[in-house]
Design a binder for this molecule. Structure first.
Ligand SMILES: [Fe+2]
Ligand SMILES: [Fe+2]
Length: 328
């Protein structure tokens, strides 16, 4: 093991989060992080530990994806909400005011506080358990429930890669205070399957045509997730995004047509939601096409979150209306 990797007493056991079974950890490590620029180095260190030091036979692309999403979501969240005390409304205002300078602004304020975010890692052949701990007053209550992940509240979220992980079968937990998040991924998941979205019954709207289209939309997002996990080239990624963009247009138009045909009373509000989503998908398309930028996990998390929320709430709002009119 590298000299800068120091074994520590398991932080998760100290916090009493025994349900995650830390007693079998092979390695318990902690890393104090003081700058966002350290995240990539930390991902490399952890991968080195997994593959070169303890030699676990896990799918490297899935491990990288897991580590990158957790660290790139949990650390900024810990800094913004936990250490700097910025709430959702303030964050939105700062984003509007500072735009591209926002990350540098947050980094500067974080450096002045001189408070690290501590990343903890418990590695065992059974799973990776990654924690992110800050010294603040807890996560933004608007974004997370305090003691555990509440699926309904997560469904309301947007723009969060952690929610994307939750959708992909990663176990997420918060401590009671809300300033420690633990993300655990099992050996079974890392060995046996790709991280994928699952189309379960809360997404059934009862209109056959739309259920089939929603399932296909999930399929496109799963293709994008595969592209990310396999680090596909830009052309493959763009081709998937083009197909997704076309299919989003087809689906939203089909729903709107049916709603107009039957004078659905929630048409205007529903259409507004569609327009917003279309714009986000188009801007993702333009971003990847023009700048050749890597697909942003947070953007993907936002789109997946939005789609799940829209289908489960807004689309399911028309289920009874169409059923009463014999449309199924
Ligand atoms: Fe829909
Ligand atoms: Fe819809």
């Amino acid at each position: 093991m590298g000299s800068d990797l120091e074994l520590v007493e398991c932080m998760h056991r100290e916090e009493g989060l025994r349900e995650l079974n830390c007693s079998n950890c092979k390695y318990c490590l902690s890393f104090p992080i003081k700058a966002f620029s350290e995240i990539d180095t930390l991902v490399s260190k952890i991968k080195d530990l997994i593959y070169n030091q303890i030699n676990l036979a896990w799918d490297a692309s899935k491990v990288s994806f897991f580590l990158k999403v957790v660290l790139n979501e949990a650390i900024p969240n810990a800094v913004e909400h936990g250490i700097l005390g910025i709430d959702s409304a303030q964050k939105k205002a700062l984003h509007q005011e500072l735009s591209a300078d926002y990350p540098a602004h947050i980094q500067k304020r974080w450096s002045e506080k001189n408070k690290p975010v501590v990343v903890s890692l418990c590695l065992s052949p059974k799973r990776i358990l990654l924690g992110c701990h800050d010294s603040g007053e807890g996560f933004d209550p608007e974004l997370y429930t305090m003691s555990s992940v509440n699926k309904n509240s997560l469904l309301k979220l947007s723009g969060r890669g952690l929610m994307l992980l939750d959708s992909l079968g990663v176990n997420l937990q918060w401590n009671a205070k809300g300033n420690s998040v633990l993300c655990s991924i099992s050996d079974k998941t890392l060995r046996e399957r790709k991280l994928q979205l699952h189309f379960d019954k809360i997404f059934h709207v009862g209109v056959e045509e739309f259920d089939a289209q929603h399932q296909k939309l999930f399929g496109f997002f799963n293709l994008l997730l595969n592209n990310l996990q396999e680090s596909s080239d830009d052309d493959t990624l763009l081709a998937t995004i083009v197909e997704l963009t076309n299919y989003v247009h087809l689906h939203l138009s089909a729903e709107e047509k049916k709603m107009r045909e039957y004078n659905y009373p929630g048409y205007d509000k529903h259409k507004n939601e569609h327009e917003y989503f279309s714009l986000q998908v188009l801007s993702l398309h333009d971003k990847v096409q023009k700048k050749g930028e890597a697909l942003d996990i947070e953007v993907l998390g936002f789109l997946v979150g939005w789609l799940k929320n829209h289908i489960a709430k807004t689309d399911r709002g028309y289920t009874a209306f169409f059923r009463e009119r014999g449309v199924s």
